[in-house]
Design a protein around this ligand. Structure first.
Ligand code: AMP
Length: 266
């Protein structure tokens, strides 16, 4: 089967509830392809049993309008039954999937990898667009496409932020006004840490610990705040080819963010 775009199809997989982050991926795809397809599917396979699958924000009519407004040609919005009449085959990207988000959300990346592989097989894009906001997801999908010779080129785009620095996310809508006011501290803490890092391993350890304490004392429940290698996501204590990653809960809302200290492949 040929790509719908006749060899020039850009694809943006999403779970909907569009914000400027999603739209930036669509605009970039629009600039580079004859045909742009966006998928809109809240993937049950990537939600844990106690997560927010049922209350995940949904507004298809608005999403269709927004996609149309940035020149998307095709919105693919399948039902659960269409995507999963059954699912015996799961994709597990060993190693990368098991750390960080994968530890806090077991099975999450198997759900992500499986749905993205299925969407690639259905849509047959030439290039697919993802956001660095979900850094671990970018690395998992990149590894999957290489391991499985999927032949889809990937482009990763920078995180779009609110004016106060908070990374845009569909889940920000869950924050109460009081917690919303606190949320930008997450990104500020990352920025301060990056500014203060030296190449001394002991210093980096101490600074990371300070960062965790600062966030905890400001009301965040920190899942992790680490300096990791961009190749395998393991902790590192040197600054090249590294990223600072964070996940923390504010009330019942879980926020993630990151800063890349080097930008491989860009
Ligand atoms: P989602 O609908 O949350 O699954 O996200 C769909 C795509 O948009 C993923 O590739 C995300 O990484 C990307 N994305 C989400 N938030 C942002 C953001 N603030 N800036 C850039 N890309 C984003």
């Amino acid at each position: 089967m040929r790509s719908l775009g006749g060899g020039d199809l850009g694809f943006v997989p999403t779970m909907g509830a569009f914000h400027e982050g999603h739209l930036s991926l669509m605009r970039e795809a629009r600039q580079h392809h004859k045909t742009v397809c966006v998928s809109l599917f809240v993937n049950p396979l990537q939600f844990g049993p106690n997560e927010d699958l049922e209350k995940y924000p949904r507004n298809e009519a608005r999403d269709f309008e927004l996609a149309n407004s940035v020149g998307v040609d095709i919105v693919f919005a399948p039902s659960r039954e269409e995507i999963y009449p059954r699912q015996s085959t799961m994709i597990h990207v060993a190693g990368l999937s098991d750390l960080w988000e994968g530890q806090v959300r077991p099975g999450h990346f198997d759900g992500v990898a499986t749905v993205v592989a299925k969407l690639f097989n259905i849509v047959r894009p030439d290039i697919a667009y993802f956001g660095w906001k979900d850094l671990q997801q970018c690395l998992v999908i990149n590894r999957m496409t290489e391991d499985l010779n999927q032949g889809v080129k990937l482009k990763f785009l920078d995180t779009v932020r609110e004016p106060d620095g908070l990374a845009m996310s569909s889940r920000n809508a869950y924050l109460t006004p009081e917690l919303r006011a606190k949320a930008p501290l997450l990104q500020r803490a990352l920025g301060n840490l990056v500014g203060s890092f030296s190449n001394n391993a002991g210093d980096i350890d101490a600074q990371l610990e300070n960062g965790r304490e600062l966030l905890s004392s400001s009301g965040f429940l920190v899942d992790y705040l680490e300096l990791v290698s961009l190749s395998d996501l393991r902790p590192v204590r040197k600054l090249d080819d590294a990223a600072l990653i964070v996940a923390a809960k504010l009330g019942s809302t879980r926020l993630i963010d990151n800063v890349r200290l080097a930008k491989p492949g860009e």
